[in-house]
Write a protein that binds this ligand. Structure first.
Ligand SMILES: [Zn+2]
Ligand SMILES: [Zn+2]
Length: 345
């Protein structure tokens, strides 16, 4: 089978690998759609030393596909099942793992991830422990599922932290694959949506696929624009997905009294600087969100079955695995929405 390997210094290579065989408790997934993610670009930009230390590890952490084989002692899933695979890996027995929060496990083999600490989803087949397989109903496409495995899954988890007030306004700062899916999901939940970004490609894509208003913060001050759009009251919910220090501050400024602001974007600035008067006098709830729990995945699936949201429109470029060099170099230009590898149905 083919798999993608980081070489360091913004290079990847497609290599041939033997098809893996599932051991006890393991499942072999035949890949269907596997996204590229902003965090894959950090690894893509890593040094040759970092890449060499990975020792030929396969990239990718947004796995979806069909169960091709199961090892001994696996009752679920079954061969032929459609699955989305939880991408963070834990010990399997601590409280975080047992409650579906393997992302927060820090015991033993914890804090691992596909495509970072072990072979990932940018390959024709991927091996996983059965416990990371999440059922994917027929009604949801693999293109949606690869987003639920990471970007849209994270956005949905963040949105769940905002008490729903249908008809309220939601602002999303940063319209990459996390923020744009958050904007579309939020509109699907009944919010009036406003998106903010500075990157022309992202602004244009959001205007094309979103039904909400999109502010280009290069041209317009988002604080003024949002004040105008909300008749001076501000907004009930904010997702800050850009990680930009200015946007972090503005996120609290545009919030209305009693609003919830959820910080999602990591970014490079280590500090969160907001105007404390915004937090105190407006009685704000300030939350953070790091990835998502398995329970949140089930809630996202349930929501999308009732309320289809066109997350597939966030995907702008599709590649075969053999085209990985081109896929990574195009994604690295920033002139894309979500980029995915796909296999024939
Ligand atoms: Zn991701
Ligand atoms: Zn654990």
């Amino acid at each position: 089978m083919k798999g993608v390997v980081y070489l360091g210094d913004s290079q990847v290579e497609v290599r041939d690998f033997p098809e893996p065989e599932p051991g006890p408790g393991q499942v072999l997934i035949q890949s269907k759609v596997a996204g590229l993610c902003g965090s894959d670009l950090h690894k893509y930009h890593s040094s040759r030393t970092w890449a060499n230390e990975r020792n030929g590890m396969i990239s990718g952490h947004e796995p979806t596909g069909i169960v091709a084989a199961v090892g001994p002692n696996v009752d679920h899933p079954c061969v032929g099942d459609r699955v989305c695979v939880y991408h963070r890996l834990g010990c399997g027995h601590c409280m975080d793992c047992r409650s579906g929060n393997a992302a927060f496990c820090d015991e033993g083999s914890g804090s691992g991830a596909f495509g970072r600490t072990q072979d990932g989803s940018h390959a024709d087949y991927m091996l996983t422990e059965a416990r990371y397989c999440l059922p994917l109903p027929d009604a949801l496409s693999f293109t949606v599922a690869t987003q639920l495995a990471c970007t849209a899954g994270t956005a949905f988890s963040a949105l769940r932290k905002i008490p729903t007030h249908v008809g309220d306004t939601l602002v999303v700062f940063g319209l990459g694959p996390v923020g744009l899916s958050g904007l579309l999901l939020g509109i699907g939940m009944g919010y009036r949506g406003i998106g903010v970004d500075t990157h022309p490609y992202r602004v244009d894509l959001a205007r094309k696929v979103g039904k909400g208003q999109v502010i280009n913060a290069q041209n317009d001050d988002p604080v003024d624009a949002i004040r105008d759009l909300t008749g001076g009251t501000g907004v009930g919910g904010v997702l800050e997905c850009s990680g930009n220090a200015i946007a972090r501050k503005q996120a609290a400024t545009v919030a209305s009294r009693g609003a919830t602001v959820v910080y999602v974007g990591g970014g490079s600035a280590p500090d969160l600087t907001v105007d404390f008067a915004d937090v105190l006098t407006k009685d704000l709830t300030v939350r953070g969100n790091s990835v998502f729990s398995m329970a949140s995945y089930f809630a996202a699936v349930e929501f999308l079955l009732k309320k289809p949201v066109a997350l597939n429109q966030i995907v702008t470029h599709r590649f075969k695995i053999a085209e990985a060099v081109e896929a990574f170099s195009l994604f690295d230009t920033g002139q894309t929405g979500k980029v995915v590898f796909e296999w024939d149905e």
